[in-house]
Design a protein. Structure first.
Length: 282
């Protein structure tokens, strides 16, 4: 197994302030040591690029144009639920909670339960001190997340006790906001479509309900370069293909508003495109 490169560690001033406050470590060097200890454990569990390159520390959700809208849903929509899917350590979920979305109504879900356990270690919390729901499961296992008929009932759903959840299936049509950061690009084209349909079935029919994310993108859909370089290519959508997938294939044409943005990034000396996006129920 390759070793991690600790020289890649780095936090922006906003990230450093967030982690100092949430973890309770004020000294930057002590904070670095703590994060590196957790990273080393995660690397032994699953040597993913997001662990190696410290992407698990990025607060992607707060960079979205829709972020303030998501927080507003948490403040104003009764029993609004936020799902952070493919969350790794659930940093985005913790960020949203810190910024006012009720933590008891936030689900952070990942296929690796060990990552969810390390979330408590990273943030020095326990299930008692942090009321957010950490839910392990495989999104391609229909026992955990099945593709359901999209709801059209726009009335508020009854509140559900997230602490009792074992799967996402009880939440069909109940979730107000879904975050899928650095997630879709892990899968082939057919699985991306399946995942989109599965998440769409979870989304509330109430106008303003939103699915958003950030992933490898491309000018024309097809195989694209990622952070691992040209020898490790993966399937990526273009803004055009991504928009048509959601508006017309996953959802009925005209029932959602899709926005996308391609940005150029450089990591490990590799240049590639990332795509931020949102899908909002009209």
């Amino acid at each position: 197994m390759a070793t991690v490169d600790t020289s890649l560690y780095g936090l922006s001033s906003e990230e450093a302030a967030f982690f100092r406050a949430q973890i309770g470590i004020d000294d930057d060097e002590d904070l670095r040591k703590h994060i590196l200890e957790v990273q080393a454990k995660a690397w032994k569990i699953a040597p993913y690029p997001c662990i190696h390159d410290f992407f698990f520390l990025r607060m992607e959700i707060s960079s979205y144009p829709m972020y303030e809208h998501i927080l507003k849903l948490g403040r104003e929509r009764p029993d609004a639920v936020l799902l952070d899917i493919g969350c790794c350590f659930g940093v985005d979920a913790r960020k949203a909670a810190a910024d006012g979305f009720p933590a008891k109504n936030i689900i952070a879900s990942d296929i690796n339960n060990e990552f969810l356990e390390l979330s408590h270690e990273l943030f020095r919390t326990t299930p008692t001190s942090y009321p957010g729901c950490l839910l392990p499961g495989d999104v391609f296992d229909p026992a955990f997340l099945s593709v359901a008929v999209q709801p059209n009932d726009v009335s508020s759903a009854l509140a559900i006790d997230l602490t009792s959840l074992k799967t996402l299936n009880p939440l069909h049509g109940r979730i107000s906001a879904i975050n899928a950061a650095r997630f879709f690009h892990l899968f082939a084209e057919d699985k991306q479509l399946h995942l989109a349909r599965a998440l769409a079935g979870l989304l509330s029919a109430q106008p303003g309900s939103v699915i958003c994310g950030y992933q490898v993108g491309t000018l024309e859909k097809g195989m694209a370069t990622s952070v691992l370089g040209s020898e490790h290519r993966l399937f990526a959508h273009s803004p055009k293909s991504w928009s048509s997938l959601w508006d017309g294939e996953v959802f009925e044409k005209g029932s959602v508003k899709v926005e996308t943005e391609l940005v150029e990034v450089v990591s490990r000396g590799v240049e590639y495109l990332m795509m931020g996006w949102s899908v909002v129920r009209l």
